[in-house]
Every structure is written in structure tokens, then in C-alpha cells.
Design a protein around this ligand. Structure first.
Ligand code: SF4
Length: 138
């Protein structure tokens, strides 16, 4: 049996159930995932995504920084402040030119409840649209 360098307790990133996991790490790579028993959410159980879906963590093509297209249409790495300013400017310009209902906000079960709350606030109170949906509504 492989001896882990460390075991990291975390929350499964895939859905709002929030199963508790132990991530076994060797040489900075997750090689095993166990469900934790010491909680009332999953009591040691994990679905297939929570058990095996961690290859994206070490994927070589994983995005680790925002990308903004340059004048030639090629993506260039950017800082978060620059990227968020650009998104805010574009959203406001679209709202002003085409109206608030030309924009929709789609949220994710990977977000926390608090993040989902803030996104619907952004849609309704800042942009002025009720076009808000969530992938878990199906
Ligand atoms: S293990 Fe499955 S059910 Fe539990 S949080 Fe992850 S995706 Fe959701």
C-alpha cells in the first residue's frame, strides 16, 4: 500500500450535496479519495464522480489564470483584476445597448449557496434581469 505524504480533508467539488472526502496526496498528486465517515452528509459513501473524478486537478491543459483575447484573436494570460474589469465593462455595455434581458446568468452546483445567492443578486439588482438559472434545476 502506498504511504501518503499527507491526507487532506475536503469537500467534494461536484455537487451541492457536499460529501466529505479525504484526499491522499503523494508527491503533490492526488492518488486516492475516500469518503469520510465522521459526518451526516455521506457517512463514508461517495458516488462515482466524488470517488474517481479528480484527474482534472493535475490535467496539463487545466486553466490556472484568466485568458483574454488579444487583437489577433489569440488568448493571452491576464490577471484577475484585468479580466474582471473587462467582464464588468462588457456586461454593462451589453445591458445598456440591448437591455437587461439580453443577459442571462447561469450558475453551478459547484458554487456554494452564498455564491449562488450573490450571482442572483448580481442579475436582479445590478443587471436588472430575472434571467437566472442553475444546473441543478433539472
Ligand atoms: S460524491 Fe457525488 S453526491 Fe457526493 S458531493 Fe460529490 S458528486 Fe455530490
Amino acid at each position: 500500500m502506498i504511504q501518503a505524504d499527507r491526507v487532506v480533508t475536503s469537500t467534494c467539488p461536484y455537487c451541492g450535496v457536499g460529501c466529505q472526502v479525504d484526499l491522499y496526496v503523494k508527491q503533490e498528486m492526488i492518488y486516492r479519495v475516500d469518503g469520510r465517515f465522521d459526518n451526516d452528509v455521506n457517512r463514508g459513501a461517495l458516488c462515482v464522480k466524488g470517488r474517481f473524478g479528480y484527474d482534472y486537478v493535475h490535467a496539463p491543459d487545466r486553466l490556472t489564470t484568466p485568458l483574454i483575447k488579444d487583437g489577433d484573436g489569440r488568448f493571452q494570460p491576464a490577471g484577475w483584476a484585468e479580466a474582471l474589469d473587462l467582464v464588468a465593462d462588457r456586461l454593462l455595455a451589453i445591458r445598456d445597448q440591448y437591455g437587461p434581458d439580453s443577459i442571462a446568468i447561469l450558475t453551478s452546483a459547484k458554487c456554494t449557496n452564498e455564491e449562488n445567492y450573490l450571482l442572483q443578486k448580481l442579475a436582479r439588482a445590478v443587471i436588472g434581469t430575472n434571467n437566472v438559472d442553475h444546473c441543478a434545476r433539472l
